[in-house]
Design a protein around this ligand. Structure first.
Ligand code: GLY
Length: 308
């Protein structure tokens, strides 16, 4: 049985945040930087949580930090579509009451996660898409930016980090009150059809959170959508799996059933972290009571052989 659809009063907890900076084969020269950005984002989120911030503030601050990093495919550093244009996706979900906000195919704006939060907090709808979403966002303080503001600085252009790597940033946090929030932001897959929508703005696919746990996906969006991957991870946690076992089972299943590779981060209501990927690399970091740790792959992980 799932938790009832009414706000639940979580138990007090030691705050934890887990973030990812995208799965795929992060080019050698960008691996350390990608992992460093993730560690800084997790440390920032944890500082806020220790100071008493809500999980939603920590998740949004961590994602904003990653959106500002040219080495990651979200905000600055977003991958252009087949026409060379930027279109951005983001989503955010709060576990206690299943409140959601999502935005898809946004024209350039510095922090798509801010607009996902505005939708969660101020809109009667769950998802807004396209230029009209950004026009609505202006009423809530989220402004468009020139496309040039999202372009890679010269030092990152040859080759761009998103060419073989990148793909999405995400965070899941547990705050002192025991509340869970998960969020995701992406610049999308390089060279995609301009009308494509991937998994990142889709609740249950790129992002999912309920009182049992929260999860964020990265990797091949078409496969992630088929698997409703983030929801599958939280369902596995709800059925009693350790979060890393849940993440592993779900991404390995995705590879077996669809041929698509990807990664997952997760956090359960006890603050236990889950991480797994079937891609060669996935930048990640965790900040909890023992400190901050992170890397560009999950150490000790096999590649869980499969067709793609
Ligand atoms: N995982 C991001 C995307 O496919 O758009």
């Amino acid at each position: 049985m799932h938790a009832p659809d009414r706000p639940v009063e979580p138990a007090p907890a030691d705050p934890v945040i887990v973030v990812h900076g995208g799965a795929w084969d992060i080019p050698q020269r960008w691996r350390e930087e990608a992992a460093g950005v993730c560690r800084a984002a997790a440390a920032l989120g944890r500082r806020l949580l220790v100071d008493g911030a809500d999980a939603i503030d920590a998740v949004c601050a961590a994602i904003r930090h990653m959106e500002d990093a040219p080495v990651l495919d979200a905000g600055i550093g977003a991958a252009p579509d087949a026409f060379g244009d930027f279109s951005l996706d983001a989503s955010l979900m709060r576990g206690s009451d299943r409140a959601c906000g999502a935005v898809a195919r946004l024209p350039p704006t510095r922090h798509p996660i801010d607009l996902a939060r505005a939708v969660l907090e101020h809109s009667p709808h769950v998802m807004l898409a396209g230029p009209e979403a950004l026009a609505w966002g202006a009423e809530h303080g989220v402004m468009p930016c020139p496309a040039a503001d999202l372009a890679l600085p010269p030092a990152y252009r040859d080759p761009p980090p998103y060419l073989d790597g990148g793909d999405t940033v995400g965070a899941v946090a547990l705050d002192r009150r025991g509340a869970l929030v998960a969020g995701t932001s992406t610049g999308g897959v390089p060279g995609r059809h301009p009308a494509r929508v991937g998994d990142s703005p889709l609740i249950g696919c790129g992002t999912y959170c309920d009182p049992r746990g929260g999860a964020g996906s990265t990797g091949k969006g078409e496969a992630i959508i088929r698997m409703t991957l983030a929801r599958a991870a939280v369902d596995a946690i709800g059925a009693g799996a350790d979060p890393t076992a849940a993440c592993k089972a779900c991404v390995v299943d995705m590879l077996r059933l669809t041929g698509g590779r990807g990664g997952l981060i997760a956090l359960d209501a006890r603050g236990r972290v889950g991480l797994w990927h079937t891609t060669p690399a996935m930048a990640w970091a965790v900040a909890d009571g023992t400190g901050v740790r992170g890397h560009w792959r999950v150490i000790g992980r096999g590649l869980d052989r499969g067709p793609s």
